[in-house]
Design a protein around this ligand. Structure first.
Ligand code: NDP
Length: 281
């Protein structure tokens, strides 16, 4: 019998704690905590994410500042805005919603955000510190995965962890967090040979691929902990993960559902990072 790793419940609990600490910060410092959200163009999926982030800010008492630039904004326009937010003392965290329009050099824009305001945890400095095991703002999605495991008392130390996916925002920081927590980590990707065999070795299997129901029953070891980061649409347009949940679940000791698993944790960890950014000053 498997246990469902309920990200929604963990997220709600964590948001309650964040809210308390935001309140404490405001009382002790006599000022608000501010998160700036920058969106360029009109990507409908991004608009939903941005709305949810603003809603989460309201929930925990963080003041959000939203900036919408048109699709036609120039590199200079975007950079000027971000630089003004870097200088603004009311802003503790800056988030530039990706993807940016094609004519904008995203790397250059993100590079303007100093590590202490990089609440997405994507900057070279925060990524480097994560590798060195130093205190830093950690990428929200993999950080959320670690919080779920912690909340359910899933032991990571000494376990074989396999991460499928090596993106800079999910796969790589996920592998680093598991390694920092003393797992023995393997990272797989599209060029991995014998993927099935690699996955079968996993005590903890994290799927961050972006392909619906890609992880099948044959790839999962009996009793494994399976974490599904994927957010895809199936053939009927229904939200689904990278794991074939219905077929895999009975082999697992723990498994995250999609929706309601990792997804809710990402924005919660953004709130957590914004609070941390303010506390560190
Ligand atoms: P990317 O597309 O950046 O990375 C996908 C990774 O999967 C790559 O490393 C790629 O390998 C690997 N991959 C692709 N095909 C295969 C294959 N056949 N076998 C093995 N590995 C493969 O995606 P992201 O990391 O940004 O996101 C992954 C998933 O997580 C997506 O579904 C995304 O929507 C979701 N996501 C969910 C979030 C949440 O809040 N729950 C937040 C962020 C992402 P290679 O490097 O060789 O190309």
């Amino acid at each position: 019998m498997y246990t469902l790793l309920d990200g929604k419940a963990v997220s709600a609990k964590l948001r309650g704690k964040i809210k308390e600490n935001v309140e404490k910060y405001k009382n002790n410092n006599g000022k608000d905590i501010g998160l700036a959200v920058v969106m360029v163009g009109e990507n409908p999926a991004s608009a939903i994410y941005v709305r949810n982030k603003i809603k989460a800010c309201e929930e925990v008492g963080i003041k959000s500042f939203s900036y919408y630039l048109s699709e036609k904004a120039s590199q200079n326009d975007v950079e000027r805005l971000v630089l003004s937010l870097v200088e603004d003392n009311a802003i503790n965290g800056i988030l530039v919603q990706l993807p940016l329009p094609e004519h904008i050099n995203a790397e250059k824009v993100l590079g303007l955000i100093p590590a202490k305001k990089d609440v997405d945890g994507f900057s070279a400095e925060n990524t480097g510190k994560l590798c060195l095991g130093e205190e830093c703002l950690v990428a929200c999605t993999p950080h959320g995965v670690m919080k779920i495991l912690e909340e359910y008392g899933v032991e990571v130390k000494g376990k074989r962890a396999v991460v499928v996916g090596r993106s800079n925002i999910v796969g790589k920081p996920m592998a680093m967090l598991l390694l920092n927590a003393d797992a023995t980590v393997t990272v797989c990707h599209s060029k991995t040979k014998n993927l099935q065999e690699e996955c079968q070795n996993a005590d903890i299997l994290v799927a961050a691929i972006g392909k619906p129901k890609f992880i099948t029953c044959e790839m999962v070891k009996d009793g494994a902990v399976v974490v599904d980061v994927g957010m895809n649409r199936d053939e009927n347009g229904k939200l689904c993960g990278d794991v074939d949940f219905d077929k895999v679940k009975d082999k697992c000791s723990y498994i995250t559902p999609v929706p309601g698993g990792v997804g809710p944790m990402t924005i919660t960890m953004l709130m957590f990072n914004t609070l941390q950014a303010a506390q560190r000053g």
